[in-house]
Design a protein around this ligand. Structure first.
Ligand SMILES: [Mn+2]
Length: 344
């Protein structure tokens, strides 16, 4: 008769305890190194921001705009900025061209406003930041091969250019009011990976706001969500990025845009006169069924977009929209597109 099996349960329990202890130690080590990594990351971001500030330099002081003492009613400028796509590379477009075109927008706004001021005061400008200010790196597959910089580099250029633009505007107008909408290229990761408000466009706006915080003439309205109602006196504008219009399939998006904006105008959102949207990279102007206004679709500042040529069968001139508003009558009085194809 074989000897009885020894009772080893106590030892097994000890071994298990030892194993658990070993695992805990291992986890603690990993947690410590993860914490160190996070601290390193935070430190790297802080260092990066500091370097960025050093490279951008101390902002120059801004001249105060000349006071306009005329008694008559003035008008208000409305600048729609969208689809800068900074970082995108085509035959005639890259980050440097983008920065030069954005600088040109600021200079042209100042000149065109002088022309308006020959007749009436224009003391205030509303800047509609409409999204897609940088191209991104993960918006569609293969995008990494069509850009000239990391997301950080793209943001760096967009923030610098946005800041310079606001400084020019602050030297031209008594008051600069900014409204903000994110675009689909600002999305971080794939659709649904992160909350909608974790958006590079909103981050870029926030950095521009911080970089210009000492400019008392510049004020920012907080983000309102997927759309903003812009108020200029009695004038109401709906600001959206434009990617709310779906099912485009390479057709001209005009019908889809009209259908959607007409639906919004039935009371789906607060009342508005005109709608401003980007995203489509075309200078479309479409009437709204309520008869009070139109949808102004903004051109992009990019050029030679091969995707647009092939898929949409369209090619566009780079530009951005500048309208002038009568705030008492609540309507657009002058409409312009600032063309940028001469800036290379
Ligand atoms: Mn877009």
């Amino acid at each position: 008769m074989p000897p009885p099996e020894p009772d080893l349960r106590e030892f097994e329990a000890l071994t298990e305890n030892g194993e658990l202890r070993r695992q805990i130690t291992d986890l603690q080590v990993r947690l410590r190194s993860a914490k160190a990594k996070t601290a390193e990351l935070v430190e790297a971001v802080r260092e990066g921001a500091k370097d960025a500030a050093v490279v951008l330099g101390n902002p120059p002081t801004i001249a105060k705009p000349k006071a306009d003492r005329r008694k008559r009613d003035g008008e208000v400028a409305l600048l729609h900025l969208s689809d800068w796509q900074v970082g995108k590379v085509t035959q005639s477009f890259n980050s440097e061209v983008a920065a030069r075109r954005i600088d040109a927008v600021a200079a042209k706004v100042a000149r065109l406003t002088e022309i308006e001021r020959a007749d009436h005061p224009v003391r205030e400008i509303h800047v509609l930041w409409g999204g897609d200010m940088q191209e991104g790196v993960t918006v569609f597959p293969g995008q990494a091969f069509e850009v000239d910089g990391s997301l950080f580099a793209q943001m760096f250029v967009a923030v610098g250019a946005g800041e310079r633009l606001l400084r020019t505007l602050a030297a031209t107008f008594d008051r600069v009011v900014c409204w903000q909408e994110p675009g689909n290229h600002g999305r971080i990761g794939r659709r649904g990976d992160t909350p909608r408000e974790d958006n590079v466009d909103l981050l870029v706006y926030d950095l521009i706001r911080e970089r210009t915080v000492q400019l008392e003439r510049v004020v920012w309205e907080p983000p309102q969500g997927w759309h903003s109602i812009v108020a200029i006196g009695n004038y109401r504008a709906l600001l959206v990025h434009g990617d709310e219009v779906k099912s485009f399939g390479g057709q001209t998006p005009a019908f889809g845009i009209t259908k959607k904006v007409n639906a919004w105008a039935t009371g789906v959102v607060a009342p508005f006169d005109d709608c401003y949207m980007g995203h489509w990279h075309q200078p479309l102007v479409l009437p709204i069924a309520h008869g009070r206004g139109r949808t102004f679709v903004n051109p992009s500042i990019e050029s030679d977009n091969v995707y647009a040529q092939e898929f949409v069968g369209a090619s566009g001139s780079p530009g951005q929209r500048l309208n002038f508003i009568d705030p008492v009558r609540g309507r657009v009085t002058t409409e312009r597109v600032i063309w940028l194809d001469d800036v290379t």
